[in-house]
Design a protein around this ligand. Structure first.
Ligand code: ADP
Ligand code: MG
Length: 477
């Protein structure tokens, strides 16, 4: 039997603000447990929450970036539940009136473009962290994270494969970093996805019962978890079983998903408007101010790379998939280096070296200025593309040496002196009479072989286009 897969994603992003959502305590990661647990984080009675306006600006930025409606008035609500790392006994969130939504995000998966509708994005606060077994039989509570500003971004159930789910997560991950509202650090939990999965018989309208895979913090896990879960649901249904709505966890070690608890309903949380917080009002002027500060978005950037700089679809989308790579690329273009050549070098040599060393582009020992110098030496025919690769490897860990010094030191300067090339060409023609005959009798391949011979004789230093120019002149005589 054929099945449709249906996926909706809820993403929690930690907003890049210095202080917490409702207090002045620091949001820095990795400090001594509870050193950032202020009285508000500890839920001392009588303390009132004060809203962090920077997080509101972040939410507005996201709204603008996903073509969403931004509510002029939204409401904070209390989501009540008991957990040891939630001292207040409730989380401040938004329920009926969220600040952002609806909007959409365009994704590309399986060579198909699709708009994933985003139902809403609402502001809330993070809980603390429980560390089980800190000492035997004991659980430690760290409230440093309690109260960290979060934006929860909820899609409609619009994705229909693990690939689309991953494409969406990647696109959103890239976007929130691009607009500067989240550091995107998935290991530290700054970007985590709850992925809701259901299946239904192909073509039927009614959605199946979903199970929600909690807290996936890598794209690989999203793919593995969805694949496993879809198989499990289909097998269960085909064996005559039924799916119960549940919250489940993915175990990266076994690659399996497992039920954690049966899903609670919204009314279990007894949501109600938080009486300590006024309605959040956003003005037209505020939105206009933020609009002015917004960078060109990845999709727009990609378009302009194609239209204005002549990059291919693939190169444009690869470069525009990361704001740091875009910056690096634009710096090359600003130094008047050919855009296509720049893209080739970034996506080719630079990327493979960065991958090898497991570093990202802003840690590259060859910065955009040095790469620009190198590519210019190809453009002005000082060195061949192949020689440039050698220079690239040579200067990788030598910051003190200039590109020109490296070219000298490696003896890679092309011979552009036509007199010298002339002599080499004559020698090759004399020693390869047979090839010359073959070429004259119509075998074009023989010509390339002759060029190859001259290049070899010059130890790769002759300028290839000059060589073929000269060869053509001489043979046709
Ligand atoms: P809750 O907040 O209780 O988890 P929501 O109704 O807000 O529930 O839905 C959460 C997410 O689940 C949304 O992203 C939504 O698109 C998705 N979703 C809802 N129904 C289904 C379904 N049948 N299959 C897959 N995903 C679904
Ligand atoms: Mg949910």
């Amino acid at each position: 039997m054929d099945w449709d897969i249906v996926i909706g994603i809820e993403t929690h992003i930690q907003l890049k603000t210095k202080s917490k959502q409702f207090s002045g305590a620091s949001t820095a990661y990795g400090n001594e447990p509870n050193s950032q647990a202020c009285l508000v984080s500890l839920a001392y009675p009588g303390l009132l929450p004060v809203l962090n306006h920077e997080s509101v600006n972040c939410a507005i930025k996201l709204g603008l970036a996903i073509n969403a409606k931004i509510a002029r008035r939204s409401i904070f609500a209390r989501k009540n539940y008991f957990y040891p790392d939630l001292p207040k006994g409730y989380q401040i969130s938004q329920m009926e009136l969220p600040i952002v939504g609806p909007g959409y995000l365009s994704i590309n998966a399986n060579e198909k473009k699709k708009d994933v509708r985003i139902l809403r994005a609402h502001l809330e606060e993070d809980a603390g962290k429980s560390s089980h077994g800190v000492s035997q039989g004991k659980t430690g509570i760290d409230l440093n994270r309690a109260g960290t500003p979060l934006l929860e971004i909820v899609t409609e159930p619009d994705m229909n494969s693990a690939e689309e789910a991953v494409a969406y997560a990647k696109k959103l991950h890239e976007l929130v970093q691009w607009i500067g509202i989240c550091d995107g650090n998935m290991q530290e939990g700054s970007f985590r996805c709850d992925v809701n999965v259901s299946v239904k018989k192909k073509g039927t309208e009614v959605l199946g019962t979903r199970r929600e895979i909690k807290n996936l913090n890598s794209f690989k896990f999203i793919k593995q978890a969805v694949d496993y879960e879809v198989n499990w649901q289909i097998e269960t249904l085909e064996d005559g079983g039924k799916i119960d709505q549940a919250t489940i966890l993915f175990n990266p070690e076994t690659g399996e998903t497992k039920a954690m608890r049966s899903k609670e309903e919204a009314n279990d949380y007894r949501y109600f408007p938080d009486p300590d917080l006024l309605p959040l009002l956003v003005t037209e002027e505020q939105i206009d101010e933020i609009k002015k500060l917004m960078p060109k978005l990845p999709d727009e950037m990609q378009e302009s790379f194609k239209k204005e700089l002549g990059l291919s679809e693939y190169d444009a989308s690869e470069i525009a998939s990361d704001s740091e790579v875009t910056k690096y690329f634009l710096a090359l273009v600003d130094s008047k280096v050919n855009p296509k050549l720049s893209a080739n070098w970034i996506l080719g040599n630079l990327y493979s070296r960065l991958n090898e060393e497991e570093i990202n582009i802003n840690q590259s020992p060859i910065d955009s200025q040095r790469l620009a110098e190198l590519i210019k030496r190809i453009e002005d025919s000082t060195i061949s593309n192949n020689a440039a690769k050698k220079v690239f490897d040579f200067i990788w860990d030598k910051s003190s040496i200039t590109v020109d010094q490296a070219i000298d030191e490696l003896g890679l300067k092309q011979i552009s002196d036509s007199g010298e090339i002339d002599i080499l060409v004559d020698q090759v023609l004399k020693n390869n009479q047979l090839m010359v005959e073959e070429y004259r009798s119509g075998k074009d391949k023989a010509f390339n072989a002759l060029v190859g011979q001259v290049m070899k004789a010059s130890k790769g230093k002759a300028n290839p286009s000059q060589v073929s120019e000269l060869l053509k002149q001489k043979i046709s005589k």
